[in-house]
Design a protein around this ligand. Sequence first.
Ligand SMILES: Nc1ncnc2c1ncn2[C@@H]1O[C@H](COP(=O)(O)OP(=O)(O)OP(=O)(O)O)[C@@H](O)[C@H]1O
Ligand SMILES: [Mg+2]
Length: 297
Amino acid sequence: MTATTAPVLAARDVSMVFGGLTALAEVSLELHEGQILGLIGPNGAGKTTFFNCLTGLYTPTKGSVTLRGDRLPSDPARVTVAGVARTFQNIRLFPSMTALENVLVGRHARMTQGPIASLFHGPAYRRGEADARRRSLELLEFVGLRGLDDELARNLPYGDQRRLEIARALATDPAVLLLDEPTAGMNPQETEAARQLIFAIRDTGVAVVVIEHDTKFIFSLCDHVSVLVQGRLLVQGTPEVVRGDPRVIEAYLGKPPEEVEAEVRQYAEEAAHSTGTAGTADPADSAEDLDTEGGSR
Ligand SMILES: Nc1ncnc2c1ncn2[C@@H]1O[C@H](COP(=O)(O)OP(=O)(O)OP(=O)(O)O)[C@@H](O)[C@H]1O
Ligand SMILES: [Mg+2]
């Protein structure tokens, strides 16, 4: 939780060069247990590229990424098994599969049944499948999609598809969850439900990194914010520090910190009013019994 503990995820001097374009230049960042870290910056700043480097989709031109001290491989499947899950800026579900099947795909990334067990569909295999199904249904409920297990992913409303993608990522039992613009295209109620869902995910012990353009959302959600501009980390710190930094105001926010602070306060008050809750989900609750939908929809 504090900066004195070892980070769960650490990027050291990560650079990514495409041809002549430097998309990331020596980006170092630490994510600690219990943290929700926001990554903001203008279009083309390198935010998604950074996620791609963290998850093995891209091999950084330079630098390293470690999870609990172990270097992560440049292989998305192995990074998933190691404990880093993500969602995508452009939703990547299996559209012709049901919601439940989509989550099961995430679950199967974690399963240890060998080829012999699955060939003969023995008791161990059947037990594994039953557990996977049970856990996937719990996760659908956790993200607020209870009752929609048999719906085809492509028939779900946009906001529900984003939540389904989060459920699929959670099904891999990650230590770290990376969310790339999780509220893009959502209405205010869906956005608030997503904010509460991210708090609830953090409360289950998963460290979260969130990319978003909506700075009110980020400043009212995250305990640490990193600002990326033209591939470089401009400023990192608490929301208060970041929104008060003259460089961030000039390069990104374009308005004084008091104005941003007032907006964030109003945003949080309106959000609490719209859901009938003032704070986050109860940390004592577990993933199994949380209904994050609240009264907001
Ligand atoms: N595979 C690639 N090949 C070439 N250039 C790339 C590739 N991926 C990203 N880029 C370039 O790297 C830069 C950073 O892009 P990136 O998508 O990471 O930005 P972003 O901060 O996520 O922007 P946005 O907010 O618009 O999503 C851009 O100039 C982009 O065109
Ligand atoms: Mg992006």
